[in-house]
Design a protein. Structure first.
Length: 386
């Protein structure tokens, strides 16, 4: 039996997988079980931010793996402490809670915002304002936060206490803030799963001001936009705002599961003993890999990310069969004349792995993808769009 047929028989059918069995890889090149070479333009949905089996990341992870693979949170370990310190020093945040995924990082963010607001304003102050077309995760609470009804159907009752407002509609946000007793405002600065749609600078500034003026914790969901993806360390840094709470995951671990919820000065003491926890959270192997990732995301490296982004935009904007290009940094959405799925299947056939987001082709290549490999992939993609 092939891997595909075993998987189809025994793995829950939640994923629409591409007809590809991957075996191994190095950097931005992956190899199928049939020996076929693929250029990876999706990096495991923005996770393997330094590509597959990157030497520095692999060194950090394997060194830690040979010392301690897990300890529980009853003890101190160096990778967890040093990663929290590095994140705080690079963002100005004051405390970090570690978990294992984006959804969990958001769950923690929601708990912090709710507890802060309940203590400050009373426990009828629990609503979290999120945006229509947002994506915050698949647990029942983060699903409730997610402003896309397609994901809600048949999973009722959802967690109460989420109010969805249209993105980039400042008046609607003001109205929600005035009327729903919010405990938090939660945003992705670029809606990823929603179609790689950046929020307007005006809306992000207005949200930050409303949050500040009304003492409402501002949560930025940086699960996809974080860790260098948009050309800055965190996506919010493109907008000149300072969030109260930042959640991140995906690229942070470079390929191992980790989520992080960062809290600023105002939020840093909200969580106390037994308010939250995670058995695997702060796992030393995941943290050692993440620390190696965070250390490399300096200004020089981020400038290279931006240069690659500029190259992609200039190569694709106005090209035959391409209606528009959206996104920031190496998080790119392409509106194509042909159905996105057909374009992606043609790319796959020619050895380029791309993603979709809603009706768009989505690219999330490794941040260190070599320029010649990137050019090869973009040429194939352009031809597939014609
Ligand atoms: C992927 C994603 C999540 C969910 O992350 P998981 O690790 O799958 O739980 C949450 N928010 C955003 C913005 C995402 O892109």
């Amino acid at each position: 039996m092939s891997i595909t047929s075993i998987d189809k028989e025994y793995v829950a059918g939640t994923y629409g997988r591409f007809p590809v069995e991957l075996l191994s890889g190095k950097g931005s090149i992956l190899t199928g079980t049939d020996g076929k070479r693929y250029i990876d333009m999706g990096s495991g949905i923005g996770v393997t931010c330094f590509g597959t089996a990157d030497d520095t990341w692999l060194g950090a992870v394997t060194e830690q793996l040979s010392k301690l693979q897990h300890t529980s949170n009853l003890y101190y370990t160096e990778p967890c402490a040093l990663l929290a310190k590095a994140l705080c020093e690079k963002t100005g945040m004051k405390k970090v809670f570690f978990s294992n995924s984006g959804a969990e990082a958001n769950e923690c963010a929601i708990k912090v915002a709710r507890k802060y607001s309940a203590e400050k304003k009373g426990d009828d102050c629990y609503n979290i304002i999120t945006l229509v077309n947002s994506f915050h995760g698949r647990t029942l609470t983060t699903l409730s936060a997610t402003g896309q009804d397609v994901f809600h159907k048949l999973f009722n009752p959802l967690t109460p206490g989420f109010v969805h407002v249209t993105a980039n509609d400042v008046a609607a946000l003001e109205e929600a803030v005035a009327s729903c007793k919010p405990a938090g405002i939660m945003l992705e600065v670029v809606q990823g799963e929603g179609g790689v749609l950046p929020l307007t600078a005006e809306f992000v500034s207005a949200a930050a001001k409303l949050a500040k003026d009304n003492d409402i914790p501002l949560i930025i969901d940086e699960v996809q936009t974080g860790n260098g993806r948009t050309g800055k360390l965190y996506g919010y840094m493109n907008f000149g705002i300072t969030p109260d709470i930042v959640s991140t995951a995906k690229g942070l671990g470079g390929g191992l599961p980790i989520g992080a919820t960062m809290m600023n000065e105002k939020m840093q003491f909200v969580l106390g003993p037994s308010d939250h926890g995670s058995t695997y959270g702060g796992n030393p192997v995941c943290c050692a890999g993440a620390l190696s990732v965070i250390k490399r995301l300096d200004d020089r490296f981020l400038a290279e990310v931006q240069a690659k982004s500029d190259y992609i935009f200039s190569a694709l904007e106005g090209a035959e069969g391409i209606k528009s290009v959206s996104g920031m940094g190496l998080m790119i959405g392409i509106e194509t004349e042909r159905p996105a799925k057909d374009v992606v299947m043609d790319c796959l056939d020619k050895g380029v792995l791309c993603l979709t987001a809603k009706t768009k082709v989505r690219l999330l290549p490794a941040l260190n993808i070599p320029m010649d490999v990137l050019e090869e992939a973009i040429t194939i993609l352009k031809n597939a769009c014609k």
